[in-house]
Design a protein around this ligand. Sequence first.
Ligand SMILES: Cc1ncc(COP(=O)(O)O)c(C=O)c1O
Length: 333
Amino acid sequence: MQGEQGRLPAGFLCGLAAVPGVGRIVGCIICSMKQYQTIEQTIGGTPLVRLQRIPGQFGQERGNVILAKLEGNNPAGSVKDRAANSMISRAEQRGEIKPGDTLIEATSGNTGIALAMVAAVRGYEMILIMPDNLSLERRAAMTAYGAQLILTPANQGGMEYARDLATSMQAEGKGKVLDQFANPDNTQAHIDTTGPELWRQTDGGITHFVSAMGTTGTIMGVGSYLRSQNPAIQVVGAQPAEGASIPGIRKWPEAYQPKIYHPEQVDAFEYIGQHEAEEMARRLAAEEGIFAGISSAGALVAALRVASRVQNATIAFIICDRGDRYLSTGVFN
Ligand SMILES: Cc1ncc(COP(=O)(O)O)c(C=O)c1O
């Protein structure tokens, strides 16, 4: 975590310095070599910035502060770097996988890019299964990291079809499915890192946490950590309104609801229209200088609705990824 790298004293062992989430830039007392960060050690420690213009009458006039957590600053460009690193490194620590193994995942994009990056660094083969209507930039990023892509027909069930195919490939012995939808290591990433960062970055002053919901790992993990610090914190989920298509977020049919999802841990839901999310993505870039994806803008729409109802609140929301990932969709034209 940037900004927290100096927490361990210089002179730690190389081995300890390599433990994810523990080791940072420290020297080794055995070989006296300076230890540099590896790419996966730069995951997390993302900035939290205050919005200056968009909150308007719902901001300072009401004593509210709206804060954006810039997850697009992660090395593979999204909040999913945290989950991917956690799922692979923890499975490896438990001895369930080892470098050289093949990993399989059904992913709508960001998780795939993040898994491909971590797999490349740690020496795994990565097979990613995704519907064929997802943006070209995402596919290209995954292949750049060396992953193999299997594209499934979007008109035959989208992500549900992709998830079923991943499960059947695992049953045929073709690799191990990490299953971000059911994997507690997804949630744990946010209990260990994102939640504590938000708590520290607001000096414990955060009153509302708002997140778009895909696998729900982010909202479950951050919500759980923040509530453990202050049970009064409100956790708000942004979901697509009926008919809206917002990449990365879903309102899952009952049978496909993520196993890591516990609806009772979300205090309120806001349903976001596609047009208002896209419009907000353009405003985020043009008025705040934050070039972000559509689901991030959807989370901001939800945060503003919260701000319109409360006073003297510190509302933090997640910027899941960067706008570059959506250029080919034409949304910023
Ligand atoms: C663009 C985007 N937004 C939001 C999310 C939601 O994050 P989570 O899966 O932690 O709920 C995702 C997850 O894949 C995503 O890719």
